[in-house]
Design a protein around this ligand. Structure first.
Ligand SMILES: Nc1ncnc2c1ncn2[C@@H]1O[C@H](COP(=O)(O)OP(=O)(O)OP(=O)(O)O)[C@@H](O)[C@H]1O
Ligand SMILES: [Mg+2]
Length: 235
């Protein structure tokens, strides 16, 4: 198995046309290794979510390639993209997006690829214990707190054993104390499972030590953070 799980190659994304044209990403290239915990930072409107949406196969680049686990996803059909996304990617969003009518455990079992495993409920329960929700898993998901819901969302994001977990502002809706515990949880789960994480955040300082930071500025990607002379990444 290759050590490189993600290659973003010369990705450009342009929204609209003519007067309304926005160059949200401009020739972005970088690669990510298995187990890396990577933050994507940058000011509002810089292109962070656009980048995550491209890597998450929720939208297509205008040009360039997204290669995940050796597969060039830009050459997949729409059907293939859906199943590939299901198998290879885990998502954590700003809002936990749990289905209110289901229990916490049922929510964690929603990703399709776990449903095909015969011990799906046990695997989901093991993850829920690991994120500290042992006593909450049979409650309806609208009966738990915001922080607990985000823990459940982390378990759901991990349950596929995805190649990459993508998180867009996962603590954006939490108070700073709860955010801190969620950040530590993501980091410890990443270490325990050798799980690759790519996390977009406004709260760079709250994450403390991470393997790597990429800064997006005006749609371009730079290695590192907030340095006066950033090097644009090229390959
Ligand atoms: N669907 C869209 N249609 C048109 N323009 C868009 C669309 N999505 C994003 N944009 C534009 O692309 C640029 C990058 O947006 P993006 O959402 O990626 O920024 P961001 O870094 O995630 O910002 P924030 O920190 O506020 O979430 C912005 O100028 C935005 O207005
Ligand atoms: Mg965003």
């Amino acid at each position: 198995m290759s050590d490189t799980v993600l290659e973003v190659k010369n990705v450009t994304k342009t929204y609209g046309q003519g007067d309304t044209k926005v160059n949200a990403l401009v020739n972005v290239s970088f690669s990510v290794k298995r187990g890396e915990f990577l933050l994507v930072v940058g000011s509002s409107g810089s292109g962070k979510s656009t980048l995550l949406n491209m890597i998450g196969l929720l939208d297509k680049p205008s040009s360039g390639q997204i290669i995940i686990d050796g597969t060039n996803t830009t050459s997949l059909s729409d059907n293939q993209v859906s199943s590939f996304r299901n198998l290879k990617l885990g998502f954590i969003f700003q809002f936990s997006n749990l289905l209110a009518d289901l229990t916490v455990l049922e929510n964690v079992m929603l990703p399709q690829s776990i449903q095909q495993r015969h011990n799906a409920a046990q695997e989901a329960a093991t993850l829920l214990r690991a994120v500290g929700l042992e006593s909450q898993m049979n409650k309806r998901s609208n009966k738990i707190s915001g922080g607990q819901a985000q823990r459940a969302a982390i378990a759901r994001g991990l349950v596929n054993k995805p190649t990459i977990v993508l998180a867009d502002e996962p603590t954006g809706n939490l108070d700073s104390v709860t955010a801190e515990t969620i950040i530590q949880l993501m980091k410890s789960m990443a270490k325990k499972l050798n799980q690759t994480f790519l996390v977009v955040t406004h709260d760079r300082h709250q994450f403390g030590d991470v393997d790597r930071v990429i800064t997006i500025k005006d749609g371009r990607a730079f290695e590192g953070e907030d340095q006066p002379h950033k090097m644009e990444i090229t390959i």
